[in-house]
Design a protein around this ligand. Structure first.
Ligand code: ADP
Ligand code: MG
Length: 699
């Protein structure tokens, strides 16, 4: 149904074909609706005027009222610029233009009063404002309120005079044009209990706020709506999936599970492990397909939980597969799990990118016949040639490295009933993000570490204390411990980083002549990597010099020291993952973060957070706040699937919770959204499906 708001923006007074073209190219705005939902990024109180004498270059945007002086054209060619002095009764500053010079000279008149708006800076000891927004003091402000909206624009737009001010004017024209044409998108049953501002009003206030209170209400309403429809969508997909997809019922607890539990389990399960296994068992008995995310901090014992669930699958005549993000990790899982299953008689196989052709074909045959019960591997598992005879359970370890689409591909490895899916992540995800990213999954949390673990002590050292760090390593290794020394490896500067790593390795050999060193990085062949890892694991080498390839899951309990070089270059969740490589044995463990003196505030905050806490969830929260969800490790790959226009998962957790609860209540009462009150919701859900979001990545 074409809508008034779908009209092309070029038909709006003040826009026209040229500007429409620009807006589309630069901001992706092509319809009335796009513009209406192009919200300001900040508001400034424009009743406030500064005095020129009070200005300093640290100020953000300011507004001054004064008189324009004469124009002066300075420099030539590309360096040419237009300069005009501007004074009030306290002093003067320079206004500078590098572009649009002709227009400015034709339109602004010296000795007239203007209001100038911009960010002050200092050049050659003189205060100036580059490309100010400027209008005659007499010209009517279109804003009725005191708060003035600011819109993001681009350099190109500014050069063509589509400044925030100009967008403001276009918004004003839009507001006139759409008067009476905005229809409510939330039914009273949703709006009234929460006292949400009507949409029409909210859209007006967001662009032209009358006061801060109304602006707040408008913002709340729009954020709520955005989050609410996303949750309604995710939850309705989940409802539908639960209706549509049957699941295998694992009703027996038999020989495999019991004999493992009685004979092979080397320790007591933690309370949290027991709780999670119970939750999983409930899913497995329900007759519906399980889609569960198990979150647990590094070292909380997720592998064991997964293994015990796999044993249930075998007891019920099904196969299971375990997919890991790296070859090292898959191999390690294969080794640990094979060892743990000794004497039980489960057939386990390992399939990775470097599995030889002959072996590979054997494995394909073994999976096809059902002889292989547990297949462990990397991405190689999702290739089309891998066909199971009766796949009942898919376990995905360290999910953040896998895309949601890949996850879906694994489901399809069974015709008919899809296997149960257990996703395990060691990157704790803040609840708000989990609700959105994994909103279609049920979540279990292992919130307890096995007993006897001593909290890792983390310290931050600057370059000048390197000697002390080396002394500390020497002392600890002499006592029989092992150490990791990790260098950053970030793709853009891969060559340089590798050189750093190798240089570091050479240097460390000289610093520690009596110790044996291993080196592992991504450029080594898998066999070389494994050989080095093995030496370290067996204690034949004492120091492991490595890049982040050791980040995920590697388990060497005797290693109790983690040195991270150039720690300022790592993200928080990566630092936390790396730190999780130590603290796995009985000894006190240490994580030493090395950085240069000059680091950004954000880096400092990251390092401080690491020193302050070992709690992965707290770290994840800080990470989300520092970086915003779009940048969070793994979210790109897993495809958030939608952009948030106004809400922010880092800041609007509370609104999200309300939105999710509201959506859940509605769907619980009326899963098909059949009720009269819910027609509006059904309509907009349908609309979302065809327009804004790529839901396929979630569903
Ligand atoms: P992660 O959650 O990081 O994958 P792992 O499954 O690798 O953790 O477990 C970390 C270590 O803790 C392993 O050496 C594992 O054998 C051990 N572990 C797991 N569960 C327990 C437990 N209940 N008691 C003692 N140790 C445990
Ligand atoms: Mg693990």
């Amino acid at each position: 149904m074409p809508d008034f708001l779908d009209q092309n923006i070029k038909f709006l007074p003040g826009v026209g074909p040229n500007r429409a073209e620009l807006l589309k190219k630069e901001l992706g705005i092509s319809s009335f609706r796009d513009l209406l939902y192009y919200f300001p990024y900040k508001y400034i109180d424009r009743t406030k005027f500064h005095k020129i004498r009070e200005l300093d270059a640290h100020q953000a945007y300011i507004q001054v009222k004064g008189t324009l002086g004469n124009f002066e054209l300075i420099g030539e060619g590309r360096k040419q610029r237009l300069l005009a002095s501007f004074h009030d009764d306290t002093g003067s500053l320079d206004l500078i233009w590098f572009a649009g010079i002709k227009y400015i000279r034709e339109n602004l008149k010296p000795r007239q009063e203007y209001v100038v708006f911009g960010k002050p800076s200092v050049f050659n000891g003189r205060m100036n404002i580059i490309h100010p927004e400027i209008e005659t003091a007499a010209s009517q402000q279109i804003n009725t309120g005191v708060l003035h909206a600011f819109y993001n624009t681009t350099e190109t737009l500014k050069k063509r005079f589509l400044t925030t001010r100009a967008i403001n004017k276009i918004q004003y024209n839009l507001a006139q044009a759409i008067e009476g044409k905005i229809y409510e998108t939330l039914p009273p049953t949703v709006r009234e209990p929460l006292r949400l501002m009507p949409l029409k009003e909210a859209l007006k206030q967001i662009h032209f706020p009358e006061d801060t209170k109304l602006l707040q209400k408008a913002t709340f309403r729009l954020k709520f709506e955005e989050l609410f429809y996303i949750q309604l969508k995710i939850l309705s997909l989940k409802h539908r999936r639960q209706e549509v997809f049957k699941g295998f019922v694992f009703e027996h607890v038999g020989y495999n599970f019991n004999s493992f539990f009685q004979n092979n389990l080397p320790f007591e399960l933690t309370g949290a492990q027991k709780k999670v296994i119970k939750e999983i068992r409930r899913d497995l008995g329900s007759g519906k397909q399980m889609n569960r995310l198990v979150q647990g901090d590094v070292g909380s014992g997720k592998t064991l939980v997964a293994l015990m669930v796999a044993l249930l699958a075998f007891d019920n005549g099904f196969q299971a597969s375990l997919m890991a993000p790296t070859e090292i990790l898959a191999t390690q899982h294969f080794n640990t799990i094979s060892r743990m299953l000794e004497g039980i008689g489960v057939t386990v196989a390992l399939l990775t990118g470097s599995t030889r052709k002959k072996k590979r074909e054997q494995i394909y045959a073994g999976i096809g016949s059902g002889e292989i019960q547990l297949l462990i591997g990397t991405h190689a598992l999702i290739e089309d040639s891998v066909n199971f005879s009766k796949l009942g359970l898919v376990i995905i370890d360290e999910q953040h490295r896998f895309g949601v689409a890949q996850r879906a591909k694994l489901w399809k490895k069974n015709a008919g009933i899809p296997p149960h899916v257990l996703v395990m992540t060691a990157t704790p995800i803040p609840r708000t993000l989990a609700m959105t990213l994994y909103g279609d999954l049920d979540v279990s949390v292992i919130d307890e570490l096995p007993p006897g673990r001593k909290p890792i002590e983390t310290r931050h050292y600057l370059e000048n204390r390197r000697q002390q760090v080396y002394d500390f390593i020497r002392e600890q290794v002499t006592k029989g411990r092992q150490a990791y020394i990790v260098y950053p490896l970030i793709s853009e500067s891969e060559k340089l980083d590798l050189a750093n790593l190798e240089q570091g390795y050479e240097l460390l050999k000289k610093v520690f002549p009596r110790f044996k060193l291993s080196i592992v990085h991504g450029k080594l062949k898998p066999a070389e990597k494994d050989a080095e890892m093995k030496l370290f694991k067996e204690g034949q080498t004492q120091i492991m010099v490595a890049t982040t390839v050791i980040e995920v899951g590697v388990d060497v309990p005797n290693a109790s020291i983690m040195i991270i070089e150039s720690a300022e270059r790592f993200g928080l969740s990566q630092l936390h993952q790396l730190r999780g490589r130590v603290g796995r044995g009985a000894e006190q463990s240490y994580c030493l973060l090395m950085s240069s003196y000059k680091i950004s505030n954000e880096s400092r905050k990251r390092l401080e957070t690491m020193v302050r806490t070992n709690d992965g969830f707290e770290i994840a929260e800080v990470d989300l706040q520092l970086r915003g969800p779009g940048d969070l490790e793994g979210t790109q790959q897993s495809g958030l699937g939608f952009d948030l226009n106004i809400a922010n998962l880092g800041k609007d957790g509370e609104i999200l919770r309300v939105a999710r609860d509201t959506a859940a209540d509605i769907l619980d009462a009326d899963p098909g959204l059949q009720a009269k009150d819910n027609q509006l919701l059904a309509y907009h859900l349908q609309r979302m499906h065809t327009t804004e979001f790529d839901w396929s990545v979630i569903s």
